[in-house]
Design a protein around this ligand. Structure first.
Ligand code: 13P
Length: 627
């Protein structure tokens, strides 16, 4: 088997510049640029290194997978000592690194790729993402394919509307499209030739996922080491191409491609053997899901109110609490336009996970198809110590009777197994702690016993989730609705986090595949002086930095009964107190949903207004993540 690659060998030149001495301009996204007349020899740089890009990356990946491949019109090949080439590489791309940021300076004109029909037959012809084809090159390829009926064509489409490539699309066995899920939802998509292609032949490549029609693999491409974001696309597509040529399933191909991107450096992509061995550790996949849930600037929507909680919400607005109303209410959120640009994941309640979207898919499939990771609340609510005793309870050190512990461990393994099969990929478990003071303002709850037991239950739950293939979110919530100072909130939150992380580690939970959902640190709602956003920002950041291990995959905030604006303002201030060792984002329920619920009022004629109200909160919160 052999593959012929058509594309350009872009040579990347990395320059690590001292931005204090260079004349950078900053664009509206905060990215620094030098003007395009940039001449590397004129500037001071700390270090410079060079790597091959474009079709050279593809060639290297295929070589490592053990597949013979050639770049058309080039003698570049890989030897045990690295790449070897005798023809000059003319096209260069400068990659500037300064203050940790990266900018690209591409040549103003792309070299047009040439195509020389090869004398020998090829099994595959791959039009690489670096290829820049004009009509003449495209016609030569077409003519070659017309007489090479056994050659399979694989196409990387940069642009859905490149007229030179139109005739090649129906002939393709596989087509790569960047950000296909977004492009295909635009009205103009219907007029492109790709819209007529069998959807199974399309592979969607984006910064957050690799996907085929029914399968999505989360990925995180935001690496700023030697592997640039652009080369990561080449590694992903080349690995999928190689796995396809080797006859592996689409699912397997996507998995191997994710692993190759995650573990490669530009000068050393992985062998097939190494990729296969990595694949057998499911831990990697869980870590990737955890990372994907906290990719910024997006958050997580908590839409997992239990039957009792949703009943209370509806009751306040006299909305009948029926099965259909609950579905219609959740449907507002899930069908809000561009939802996937604001949330990485959504936490569902069991009933919702089984309900159907308007198109007949169940909500889990519906959200997955939108590239939103569906998760599930698996705890079964709070129980008072006066009503029953939890696992791990030692009557010799009692909790107070009105404190709570969280139910749901019994039968959990079976429920998690079913949820995994339904397509849910993460779970949430909430423990609640109320701060109560005595007459002298001493803290009487939470007791050490209540903290200890709830944290052990959270750790037991988290371990079971990871065994079942779901990422656990552990949520120890210090309830906002009380009378206490911001310092008391910081003290108790810190104490709970210390206990929680000790239990998680002792129980064997992988923190890299686990998320913390936590309250902001602020004075209780009944306290006479409410905390300002600046105070909340400083205290929350300080508490988390002091009490959360750096290897944790990420932290998300609950809103806890703050007003929507208050939660957003406080979030913005917390983010300003970064950087943090972990990604930090929001996972609000009330602060995202309440304006929409109020707009909807149980009447589906108000659905559009409700969506707008929701979108407004989403945009406000994703903006708060970008200081
Ligand atoms: P709130 O944002 O309304 O506090 O809800 C978050 C949550 O998921 C509670 O478990």
């Amino acid at each position: 088997m052999n593959i012929l690659i058509v594309g350009n060998i872009l040579k990347d030149v990395y320059l690590n510049l001292d931005s204090r001495n260079e004349n950078f301009e900053t664009d509206q996204h905060g990215i620094k640029w030098l003007d395009l007349s940039f001449d590397a020899s004129m500037h001071h740089f700390f270090s410079q290194n060079i790597s091959l890009g474009g079709s050279a990356v593809t060639l290297e990946v295929l070589t490592n997978l053990g597949i013979p491949a050639t770049i058309n019109h080039s003698d570049l090949h890989f030897t045990p000592d690295g790449p070897a080439v005798t023809t000059p590489i003319t096209s260069s791309r400068y990659i500037l690194i300064s203050d940790g940021g990266i900018s690209y300076l591409a040549p103003s004109k792309f070299q047009i790729s040439t195509f020389d029909p090869p004398a020998e037959p090829y099994d595959y012809l791959y039009i690489d993402r670096s290829a820049s084809l004009d009509q003449s090159a495209a016609s030569k390829i077409q003519a070659y394919l017309d007489i090479s009926l056994n050659t399979k064509l694989i196409l990387y489409l940069h642009n859905l509307n490149n007229p030179h490539l139109n005739s090649l699309i129906p002939r393709s066995a596989l087509v790569f499209v960047e950000n296909f899920s977004e492009l295909s939802s635009a009205p103009s998509f219907k007029s492109t030739p790709v819209s007529n292609l069998d959807p199974n032949k399309i592979i969607d490549i984006s910064e957050t996922h690799l996907a085929s029609q029914n399968i999505t693999e989360p990925i995180s491409i935001g690496r700023i080491d030697m592997l640039t974001h652009l080369s990561a696309y080449s590694i992903a597509s080349a690995t999928i191409l190689g796995a396809f040529a080797l006859g592996l399933s689409v699912e397997e191909s996507l998995k191997l491609a994710c692993l190759n991107v995650e573990h490669s450096r530009l000068d050393s992509t992985l062998t097939l053997e190494k990729l296969q061995s990595l694949k057998s550790t499911t831990k990697d996949n869980l870590e990737l899901i955890a990372q994907s849930l906290v990719l910024r600037p997006k958050g997580i929507l908590a839409a997992d109110e239990s039957g009792g909680s949703i009943h209370k919400k509806f009751d306040q607005l006299h909305i009948p609490d029926t099965y259909d109303n609950r579905r219609d209410y959740r449907n507002i959120f899930f069908t809000t336009p561009n939802l996937e640009q604001h949330v990485n994941g959504i936490i569902l309640f069991d009933e919702t996970a089984r309900q159907l979207a308007d198109n007949g898919q169940n909500f889990v499939e519906f959200l997955t198809a939108k590239r939103i990771i569906p998760g599930i609340k698996v705890d079964q609510g709070l129980e008072k110590y006066s009503d029953s005793t939890p696992p791990h309870y030692n009557p010799a050190s009692p909790a107070r009777p009105d404190e709570t512990w969280t139910k749901g461990l019994s039968g959990l393994a079976d429920r998690l197994q079913e949820y995994y099969q339904m397509g849910l990929r993460f779970a949430k478990w909430r423990a609640a702690f109320e701060i109560r003071l005595d007459d002298q303002d001493n803290i009487i709850t939470p007791t050490n016993t209540a903290i200890d037991i709830n944290c052990q239950i959270l750790a037991d739950y988290a371990l079971q989730c990871q065994k079942a293939g779901l990422v656990p979110i552990v949520e120890p919530e210090v309830v906002y609705d009380g009378y206490y100072t911001i310092d008391q909130s910081a003290e108790i939150t810190g104490k709970i986090l210390d206990c929680l992380f000790k239990k998680l580690v002792d129980t064997g939970v992988n923190l890299r595949a686990c998320l913390l959902k936590v309250n902001m640190v602020l004075a209780g709602k009944k306290y006479e002086t409410q905390s300002t956003p600046a105070e909340v920002g400083t205290k929350t950041a300080e508490t988390l930095k002091n009490h959360v291990p750096s290897e944790l995959a990420g932290i998300v905030f609950l809103s806890g009964g703050q007003t929507p604006e208050q939660a957003t303002d406080n979030l913005a201030e917390i983010i300003k107190n970064g950087p943090f060792p972990w990604p930090v984002t929001f996972s609000f329920a009330r602060a995202l949903q309440d304006p929409a619920l109020f707009a909807w009022q149980g009447d589906n004629q108000n659905t559009e207004t409700a969506r707008q109200a929701f979108l407004e909160r989403l945009i406000a919160n994703t903006s708060a993540l970008q200081p």
